[in-house]
Design a protein. Structure first.
Length: 132
C-alpha cells in the first residue's frame, strides 16, 4: 500500500539482534532470583510464591525498560512482564525442572516475543509460545 512504510530485512535483522541482546540482559538481571529460588526450593522443597521469601524485593529488578513486573508461579516459574525495550505485552517465563532427586536443576524459558526476533528455533534463547 502506498504511503505505508515497509520494514526491510535489514531492519528486521537489526531489531532481532537488539531483542536478543536485551534478552541476554534480562537473563543476567534474573540470575540472583533464579539462584535464590533454587536455594529456597532445596531448603523447603517448595518453590517460592513471592520475592520476599527470597530476601529480595521485585522493585530491585523492575526497571521499566527491561522488566516491568515479576511474579512467581505455583509451578516454580518466574513470570516477567517485559519492559518498554520490548514489544508491548511481551512476557518471559523462566521455569525450573528439578532433576535427579531435586539435586540438579535445569532452567528453560518461554516467551511471547515473536520467533523471527529469537532467531532459528535450534539456536533461540527461549521457546516461543503464543500464550502461557
Amino acid at each position: 500500500t502506498a504511503g505505508v512504510p515497509q520494514a526491510d530485512d535489514s531492519q528486521i535483522n537489526n531489531r532481532a539482534l537488539i531483542i536478543r541482546a536485551k534478552l541476554a540482559q534480562v537473563f543476567v538481571l534474573m540470575a540472583p532470583l533464579k539462584v535464590a529460588a533454587l536455594e529456597h526450593y532445596q531448603t523447603t522443597l517448595k518453590f517460592p510464591s513471592n520475592d520476599e521469601e527470597l530476601g529480595y524485593k521485585s522493585r530491585e529488578f523492575e526497571d521499566g525498560r527491561l522488566v516491568d513486573k515479576i511474579e512467581f508461579t505455583a509451578e516454580g516459574g518466574i513470570l516477567l512482564q517485559l519492559g518498554k525495550d520490548f514489544d508491548p505485552n511481551s512476557k518471559l517465563l523462566l521455569l525450573s525442572d528439578a532433576l535427579e532427586n531435586n539435586q540438579v536443576f535445569k532452567w528453560r524459558c518461554k516467551t511471547t516475543i515473536p520467533q523471527h526476533y529469537l532467531g532459528p528455533v535450534s539456536a533461540a534463547p527461549c521457546e516461543f509460545a503464543d500464550n502461557f
